[in-house]
Design a protein around this ligand. Structure first.
Ligand code: SF4
Length: 220
């Protein structure tokens, strides 16, 4: 009998237990891009406070961010932590969008190249690493680029599908090789892995109630 695709089998179990996660929690593609930068090394709740500050100040806009002084912008995004670093990163992202002529409609970036070209361009922006680039591609631009994070690495190592030390690109490659190239699937799957990592496959795993218990060789 043909062995079931483990990547899909895990997805189906996660979806059956947790249901749709309705990601990304942002109202516009630009808000998703900003959130992808602000969420680096911090919890999402802190990002929400920073985004609320930006909205209240009328600064959740590419041009507005570029026109703000660094000190003003840093103060607005303070709740997200590393606010001086993230100020530079946000300005770099907005400078990139402006240089591409899409400051007024950042989602139009999606029409400026194929997936590989857009990914390369994003990775060349100061402060945008692979996870941030893929989050922007998938959740802001609707391109099929699987997002990998620390939750993914931890859970899939325990699940026996990773050894644990693979570089980001190799983990991404394995997911994409195991799944249909589908934006909605990639969107939901990453969100479900985050839910798994927060709720069950935590640093101290809660295996007894985990939806993947029957599939996991390292369940305790
Ligand atoms: S059974 Fe335990 S180790 Fe395996 S994925 Fe679930 S929580 Fe993680």
């Amino acid at each position: 009998m043909k062995r079931r695709n483990p990547w899909l089998a895990i997805y189906e179990r996660l979806l059956a237990r947790y249901g749709p996660q309705h990601w990304w929690p942002g109202e516009t593609p630009f808000e998703v891009m900003v959130g992808a930068v602000l969420t680096q090394n911090t919890a999402w709740g802190n990002v929400e406070k920073a985004i609320a500050n930006l909205k209240q100040a009328g600064a959740l806009d590419c041009r507005a961010i570029l026109e703000r002084s660094d000190a003003d912008l840093a103060e607005l995004i303070r709740p997200a932590g590393y606010f001086n670093v993230k100020t530079r990163r946000l300005k770099a992202l907005c400078g990139f969008l402006a240089a591409r002529g899409v400051a007024e409609a950042p989602e139009a970036l999606a029409g400026q190249g194929n997936l590989g070209q857009l990914r390369t361009a994003l990775l060349a922006v100061h402060g945008i690493g692979e996870e941030t680039a893929d989050s922007i591609l998938l959740y802001a631009l609707g391109r099929p680029s699987f997002v990998v994070d620390a939750y993914t690495r931890r859970a899939y190592t325990r699940l026996g599908l990773l050894e644990g030390g693979e570089p980001y690109a190799e983990i991404k490659r394995r997911f994409e090789a195991g799944l249909a190239r589908d934006v909605a699937l990639y969107n939901e799957y990453h969100a479900l892995i985050v839910r798994l990592g927060k709720e069950h496959c935590r640093p101290r795993p809660r295996c007894a109630d985990c939806p993947l218990l029957a599939l996991c060789p390292n369940a305790s």
